[in-house]
Design a protein around this ligand. Structure first.
Ligand SMILES: [Zn+2]
Length: 265
């Protein structure tokens, strides 16, 4: 299903399926300055391609290699739609991935990116590294209109679960958020929640919450607590969602990420 909303110069293309909604998921691409940001997920590829055929953009910018942002990259390459993505994102999309059943179920298959593709220029839009959510996470900045397309930088203030350590760096998100806030964005579009009310304020709240939570976790690590015990104490019990995803998303992973990056400091 595709729902379209317009915010002045920005169009929100909000994609979901009955299945993704049942899992509580949807995702948005944004059309701005004749460019589309992100490619949604495999199950809505037909709808995305139909919209693009009717409203041909200069090209599509991909913010990171997750299923719900880079899910149609192979399809776009085959259709000859120019794309812009950073080398690490292209590499991840071209690498065979182990995907949990919940990702298949909610988003569909994700064909590996193997086809040749062409890049394009996007005047007025700058891609900025904002890693942490994933090792290849980027946001898109429209300096003239003081507008940030934040991809998955926000999601919500308190995201208490994380992917395994090799894929998500919780602590790095603090610097990424603050770096982006230094640009003083007036409008912030989130890939899941749409146009955020008080975007800069809620992003700052998120950075502060992560920083404070990392501080509490660091203190318990110093006292020799296990990841499991710390997760329970600081973040609360794991939910059914964690068990259903076989710990792909868990509070324990959040703590493990903090422990791992603490060692590296
Ligand atoms: Zn993501």
């Amino acid at each position: 299903m595709l729902e379209i909303a317009t915010y002045g110069d920005v169009q929100r293309l909000h994609f979901s399926t009955r299945r993704s909604r049942a899992a509580g998921y949807s995702v948005s691409c944004y059309a701005v300055r004749g460019v589309v940001i992100d490619s949604a997920f495999d199950d809505v590829g037909g709808e995305l391609l139909a919209w693009i055929a009717a409203n041909p953009p200069r090209g599509v910018i991909i913010t990171h290699a997750h299923d719900d942002h880079g899910g149609n990259v192979e399809r776009l390459a085959r259709a000859g739609v120019p794309m812009q993505m950073q080398p690490d994102t292209a590499k991840l999309l071209g690498t065979p991935q182990t995907r949990g059943w919940h990702r298949h179920w909610a988003w569909g298959d994700m064909p590996r990116f193997t086809s040749p593709w062409t890049s394009f220029e996007s005047p007025g839009l700058e891609t900025i590294a904002a890693r942490g959510h994933s090792p290849d996470h980027y946001v898109v900045w429209d300096a003239e209109r003081e507008t940030l397309f934040a991809a998955d930088l926000y999601l919500s203030v308190k995201v208490k679960v994380a992917h395994p350590v090799y894929r998500e760096d919780v602590r790095q998100q603090i610097a990424s958020i603050r770096g982006v806030l230094a640009l003083k964005p007036k409008r912030v579009f989130d890939a899941h929640r749409g146009l955020l009310k008080d975007g800069a304020v809620v992003l700052a709240a998120k950075a502060n919450w992560i920083e404070e939570t990392c501080g509490r976790i660091d203190a318990l690590i110093a006292r020799g607590w296990s990841d499991r015990a710390i997760a329970r104490e600081v973040l609360g019990r794991e939910t059914m969602f964690t068990y259903a995803t076989f710990f792909d998303w868990s509070r324990r992973n959040f703590v493990a990420s903090v422990r791992q990056t603490g060692r590296q400091r």
